[in-house]
Design a binder for this molecule. Structure first.
Ligand SMILES: C[C@@](CO)(OP(=O)(O)O)[C@H](O)COP(=O)(O)OP(=O)(O)OC[C@H]1O[C@@H](n2ccc(N)nc2=O)[C@H](O)[C@@H]1O
Ligand SMILES: Nc1ncnc2c1ncn2[C@@H]1O[C@H](COP(=O)(O)OP(=O)(O)O)[C@@H](O)[C@H]1O
Length: 287
């Protein structure tokens, strides 16, 4: 029996993000295009048959263990078990900035669902894992399914997509942005006309607009300045509700040369856009 498993927990980008309405419960209806990056966190799950329970090897800065999406996902999955389960210790190699719009927490939750489903041999289907994931956050299902996708609703209605697998410069301005704060701003655009999703939109940079960008630029001058700098080299966009921004380039060398010229003090990384999640690539190797 396998007792330890290390899995990637990749980042996502929202290549575009349109807010097309608001539901009676206040949640915003979106149309967005998700692509994964070949860059992210890594989680290691180690079964502890002599020690029952679910625990983190180390707590995450600023997140109580009970609130951590990894622990919450593991507990929800354990509730589906029909018999006793061995305990597990989960170690996190955290590379993705929190509150960055890269979906790190949601991705960690999806990697936990997939990893423990395998290690605990629960055999839940992808649909069941996506359903559990949606209760943890709107972005979790796309990470569970592992295919780049157009998303509608609050992000749970997914249509697989194949945007170009270009290279990205991702910059992290020096601020953390709370998603709820952006969605509660009065000046937010909430009435972008719905588009009919078509494959022709996948690589069409003119559609790569993010409706949160104007309010985020006003509230966070750091984001405004980073967008101004990166847009010298081509269109630069916000991912999710920020704070991270990205520029898209056809080659790794183009992306790296711009990355190397960035002003001092800006953090971030260069990564490739991928339409099949690195998590799923690894899971396929296991079966
Ligand atoms: C905006 C997106 C785009 O990918 O990503 P991030 O920037 O967080 O990565 C997501 O839809 C984020 O979805 P999710 O991860 O579930 O959002 P949460 O942080 O739980 O939402 C915090 C709060 O924002 C508001 N909210 C969130 C999503 C949404 N579609 N409409 C909303 O009005 C709600 O008030 C909610 O309580
Ligand atoms: N495992 C986790 N990794 C990151 N953030 C987490 C995790 N568990 C809970 N959170 C909470 O979720 C918030 C959003 O985190 P994250 O998913 O990284 O950013 P975003 O939603 O902007 O892409 C964090 O500020 C943190 O409070």
């Amino acid at each position: 029996m396998t007792t330890s498993l290390t899995l990637p927990s990749p980042a996502k980008l929202n290549l575009f993000l349109h807010i097309v309405g608001q539901r009676p419960d206040g949640y915003h209806e979106l149309q967005t295009l998700f692509q994964f990056l070949d860059y992210g966190d890594e989680l290691t799950f180690t079964l502890t048959p002599d020690q029952p329970g679910i625990r983190l090897a180390e707590s995450m800065n600023g997140v109580a263990d009970d609130d951590n999406l990894i622990i919450r996902a593991a507990r929800m999955l354990a509730d589906r078990a029909t018999g006793p389960l061995p305990g597990v210790t989960i170690a996190i190699d955290k590379r993705l900035p929190m509150g960055g719009g890269l979906g790190g927490g949601s991705s960690n939750a999806a990697t936990t669902l997939a990893g423990l489903n395998w290690l605990w041999q629960l055999n839940l289907s992808e649909d069941e894992l996506a359903q559990i994931g949606l209760a943890l956050g709107a972005d979790v299902p796309v990470f569970v399914r592992g295919r780049a996708a157009f998303a509608e609703g609050v992000g749970e209605i997914l249509t697989p997509a194949n945007p170009p697998e270009d290279w990205f410069v991702v910059l992290k301005p020096d601020c953390e942005i709370n998603t709820g704060k952006i969605f509660s701003q009065e000046g937010l655009t909430r009435d972008t006309p719905k588009i009919t999703i078509r494959p022709a939109f996948e690589g069409d940079a003119s559609r790569y607009r993010n409706d949160c960008e104007d309010v985020v630029r006003k509230l966070y001058p750091e984001v405004h300045q980073s967008l101004e700098w990166l847009s010298q080299f081509g269109p630069a966009r916000l991912t999710g509700t920020g704070a991270c921004i990205f520029g898209r380039f056809p080659t790794e060398s183009a992306a790296r040369s711009i990355w190397e010229s960035k002003p001092s003090g800006i953090t971030g990384f260069v990564a490739k856009g991928v339409n099949h999640s690195p998590l799923h690539q690894k899971l396929t190797e296991l079966t």
